[in-house]
Design a protein around this ligand. Structure first.
Ligand SMILES: *Cc1c(COP(=O)(O)O)cnc(C)c1O
Length: 421
């Protein structure tokens, strides 16, 4: 019997076989204790954007550990946290000026929700205490976050009794390149939800352009522009969950940059630290921040995770962003994008429903999840580590991957469909 002391995520432990143990990593490869090495097609849930053991990023965390590994942010400043806050204000869309740190994407989203609700409370508007979200959304696994994930498709339906009820609009259907007319249909559905419920909606949260863990749905930047107008019309804060899309995944530094839209609150995590340590940033504009700025202590934002502003996380994030800029990752990502388009967009097979590419994200969607049973073992024989979910076989590679290595990944994804049955 296997050792059950280590409880794995998203898995029935009784049937889970974990046969491989990772010992090191190098560039886009993970290396196993048995000597095998595999290309990591999803860079560890999309966060290891520099691949493994990047010399500069690794050095930054060493150097910081020698100086100061951790200190509370309660009433004490530390230089890496202050510098990272300034850097994030510089690189995020114009107008996002106030950075609140926390320790993971889920907590960063919880912070955004509390911020949005208290924003209205502080102005005496107590009815706006719910969120609006999209079907196919995924915003994290904590209680508040579960309540804004797709209530049917998500993994959280059994917790319904625990969760606050929120409002949902249909997932946008108009694709990334759709016309304004096509987008109008999506926006009409959003308008309906706002018209009916705006009195109680504090904020509308979206994963801009790419709904990731809820079904790898890609949609139009025009949707974000129109939704911004609707949020203003109905007095609803617009919140971007860029935990997955931030730091280049959609082809620009932030998905917001495709639309030229500034949300009221933006949340970053995953790629923020280059994957080296868990950390998140919830970044607010002046309008949101000013609602907390008062002589009344009761209007202060009452939140403060133990590890917020952790110097190791902030120092490694600063170096990660420096490398991203210095080595022109956006150019690399556009090369990866061309390879993914070239490899995947024309691909068809009776089991395949659709293929999609955006930035450094490539997806093969099948009609039936059963078509993907066994694909992970098959990919290992091709030297690739894939982790599909539901009906989605996808890659979100580290940006340092070479063209040839990326073609090896897409090759394994496509070759699966010509396996011997
Ligand atoms: C991964 C993810 C989260 C949750 O982040 P964790 O660090 O796993 O808590 C939230 N939102 C989106 C869009 C994500 O992809």
């Amino acid at each position: 019997m296997q050792d059950t002391t280590l409880w794995f995520p998203y898995a029935q432990m009784k049937h889970l076989e974990v046969n491989y143990e990772v010992e090191t990593g190098e560039g886009p490869y993970i290396q196993f204790t048995n000597g095998m090495r595999l290309l990591d097609a999803t860079c560890s849930w999309w966060c290891m954007i520099h691949g493994y053991r990047h010399p500069d990023v690794t050095q930054a965390i060493h150097d910081q550990a020698d100086k100061l590994a951790h200190v509370m942010l309660g009433g004490l400043k530390n230089q890496p946290a202050a510098d990272l806050a300034a850097k994030l204000v510089e690189i995020t869309p114009e107008g996002l000026n106030h950075v609140f740190f926390s320790d993971s994407g889920s907590v960063g989203m919880e912070v955004a929700m509390k911020m949005a609700v208290q924003f209205w409370q502080n102005q005496g508007i107590t009815a706006k205490c719910k969120m609006a979200s999209l079907l196919k959304a995924y915003h994290g696994d904590t209680t508040g976050c579960m309540s804004v994930c797709d209530p049917e498709e998500g993994m959280h339906s059994m917790f319904r009794g625990l969760l606050p009820e929120q409002h949902f609009a249909p997932a946008p259907e108009a694709s990334f390149t759709a016309s304004a007319d096509e987008v109008a249909a999506d926006i009409a559905k959003l308008r309906q939800v706002f018209e009916q419920h705006h009195h109680e909606i504090a904020g509308f949260m979206v994963e801009p352009l790419l709904q990731a863990a809820g079904g790898l749905n890609m949609y139009s930047p025009l949707y974000l522009q129109e939704a911004r107008k609707l949020c203003d019309e109905f007095d609803i804060l617009f919140i971007f969950d860029e935990v997955a899309t931030g730091f280049g995944r959609t082809g620009k530094l932030f998905a917001a940059d495709h639309a030229g839209v500034t949300p009221d609150i933006m949340v970053l995590s995953k790629g923020l630290t280059g994957g080296y340590v868990g950390h998140a940033a919830t970044i607010a504009n002046d309008r949101v921040f000013d609602a907390f700025w008062d002589d009344d202590a009761g209007k202060a934002f009452m939140h403060g995770p133990t590890f917020m502003g952790n110097p190791l996380a902030c120092a490694v994030a600063l170096k990660s962003i420096e490398v991203f800029e210095r080595d022109d990752y956006l150019e690399r990502i556009s090369t990866l994008n061309r390879v993914l388009q070239d490899e995947l967009l024309e691909f068809s097979h009776p089991e395949v429903k659709a293929t999609r590419v955006l930035g450094a994200t490539g997806v093969i969607e099948v009609h039936d999840a059963a078509s993907l049973k066994g694909v992970q073992d098959f990919a290992i024989t091709q030297g690739v580590w894939l982790r599909p979910f539901g009906r989605f076989l996808y890659t979100m590679p580290p940006y340092i991957i070479s063209e040839a290595e990326l073609r090896q990944i897409t090759g394994a994804m496509k070759d699966w469909f010509s396996r011997d049955q």
